[in-house]
Write a protein that binds this ligand. Structure first.
Ligand code: DUC
Ligand code: ZN
Ligand code: ZN
Length: 472
């Protein structure tokens, strides 16, 4: 079946122009003025904006944490993503098995039957020995080209510097990319033990025990290790100005470093943890200061950060109270687990559905980034860095027909009702938005039409990625 999206204003990472889009099956086949193809279904997009489907390079779906699990699985999280204009997400595979193959198989078992949009996997490397080192190249046969390492979560997820160096070298040899969670695990452990011993149990101690300079130092260290390994590095969830400084410094030295931030780091600060409902804002690393918010916006505008992901890892605020989801009552233990001890509050916030609408109004609408930067930061750059371009992240003949039609004039009061996350709160409750996704297509199939959900479990496809992605 052919579809023609007529007279919309297309926004890509580099241009804005009016054109028609001809879709045949799963692909865009032509983009030009006045396409006429008898028998096609015509979608009138006069006065509408058209962007490529969003790509969120950082989500955690169905992730076990502490005594619970992130409350969106690979269906509910994908559905929420689609409502917010995101058609591709990338999820992290925990290394919880003897072999990487078993870990990946287990994650496919969870994800494949539920997937409603297209998705890829990153592999967490949280234990390194010779067997794991030998196995990493085989990830390429599994379509996985990215390895995530941590400098925090001692005894659980952290690798030592020498191990990170080894991972970086293996990545370089195999055309893979290493991703880094940058905090100082040693300092965090000491400060946390001291805080608990002194009887400090409330959420603001989450940020106080994870000082920002630990992230700055770990970003520097990661970039320096990457330079010594002659390898590229992608720093996830950059949350402060000082980390951006380190990325700029590394780039000046010729290192291929990339930085990702997430919307909460642009809008919220550590002060939010002091609210009576402060646990809603608990994630790692924490949100910092107003000056850091500003520094991150500047870095997005000047190209020092390349992507905006979400680190979507939702938990209920009060998991003892059920919510209705698709007609059923659902309650999943959440932030209340840490009511008496901040270290037991599951780390993570919802956001996969919020990202594009919030950034459209408060990024583009507020004049902080241009519409083309918006597309680059939320879609195209991630497609390039993660080996999906131009299949994804582009409005080009031959690309997948992942398309968002926006109503630029739609005004609404945002919050839980629009976000579709399977949780009981939203960080942007009552925020006023202007401009909102109206229709969302995945490979030519209409998934979201206004408030109607037309997607399905199993309709999403795993993206087998190729190594040696583009270094932007
Ligand atoms: N940080 C979070 O807050 N949640 C999931 C993983 C992470 O790094
Ligand atoms: Zn992380
Ligand atoms: Zn994460």
């Amino acid at each position: 079946m052919q579809i023609i999206i007529k007279s919309g204003t297309l926004i890509t990472a580099s241009e804005t122009f009016q054109a028609d889009i001809l879709i045949e099956g799963e692909k865009i086949v032509s983009i030009c003025e006045d396409i006429d193809s008898p028998g096609s279904k015509i979608i009138n997009a006069d006065g509408k904006l058209i962007t490529p489907g969003g790509i969120d390079p950082h989500v955690h779906l169905d992730l076990p944490m502490f005594d619970t699990v992130s409350s969106d699985d690979h269906y509910t999280g994908h559905k929420a993503a689609a409502f917010g204009g995101t058609t591709t997400v990338m999820d992290f595979v925990p290394q919880d098995f003897d072999t990487l193959q078993e870990a990946v198989d287990a994650w496919h078992e969870k994800a494949d039957p539920k997937a409603a949009i297209d998705f890829g996997f990153h592999m967490n490397i949280t234990r390194l020995d010779e067997q794991v080192e030998d196995e990493i190249p085989a990830l390429l046969d599994m379509g996985i080209t990215t390895l995530k390492v941590f400098t925090a979560y001692n005894g659980r997820l952290r690798l030592q510097d020498g191990e990170i160096f080894r991972v970086l070298r293996i990545a370089r040899e195999n055309g893979m990319l290493t991703m880094l969670h940058a905090e100082n695990g040693d300092v965090i452990d000491i400060l946390t033990a001291e805080a608990l011993a002194a009887g400090h149990t409330t959420p603001e101690w989450h940020a106080r025990t994870r000082p920002g300079r630990g992230g700055v130092e770990a970003t520097f260290r990661g970039a320096a290790l990457a330079e010594q390994a002659n390898s590229a590095l992608y720093v996830v969830h950059v949350n402060q100005r000082g980390e951006v400084d380190q990325l700029r410094f590394a780039r000046q030295r010729g290192v291929d470093v990339f930085g990702e931030t997430c919307p909460p780091y642009l809008f919220f600060t550590a002060e939010h943890l002091s609210r009576p409902d402060g646990s809603k804002w608990i994630c790692s690393p924490p949100m910092r200061s107003p000056d850091d918010n500003l520094g991150l916006w500047e870095a997005l505008a000047d190209g020092s950060l390349q992507t905006i992901g979400t680190d979507h890892c939702p938990f209920f605020y009060d998991g003892t109270q059920p919510i209705e989801y698709e007609g059923e009552q659902v309650a999943i233990p959440g932030k209340e687990l840490g009511e008496k001890d901040f270290t037991k509050i599951p780390n993570g916030v919802p956001g996969v559905g919020d990202r594009l609408p919030i950034l459209w109004t408060y990024g583009v609408g507020a004049g902080r980034i241009t519409p083309n930067q918006f597309v680059a930061l939320t879609s195209t750059n991630a497609a390039k860095i993660f080996g999906l371009y131009p299949q994804k992240g582009a409005l080009l003949p031959g690309s997948d027909a992942d398309i968002v039609i926006w109503d630029p004039d739609r005004e609404l009061t945002y919050g839980r009702a629009y976000a579709h996350h399977r949780t009981d709160y939203n960080l942007y409750e009552d925020w006023q938005l202007v401009g909102y996704p109206e229709k969302v297509y995945l490979r030519g199939e209409l998934l979201v039409d206004g408030e109607s959900w037309l997607g399905s479990r199993g309709g999403g496809r795993f993206l087998h990625r190729e190594p040696n992605a583009i270094m932007i």
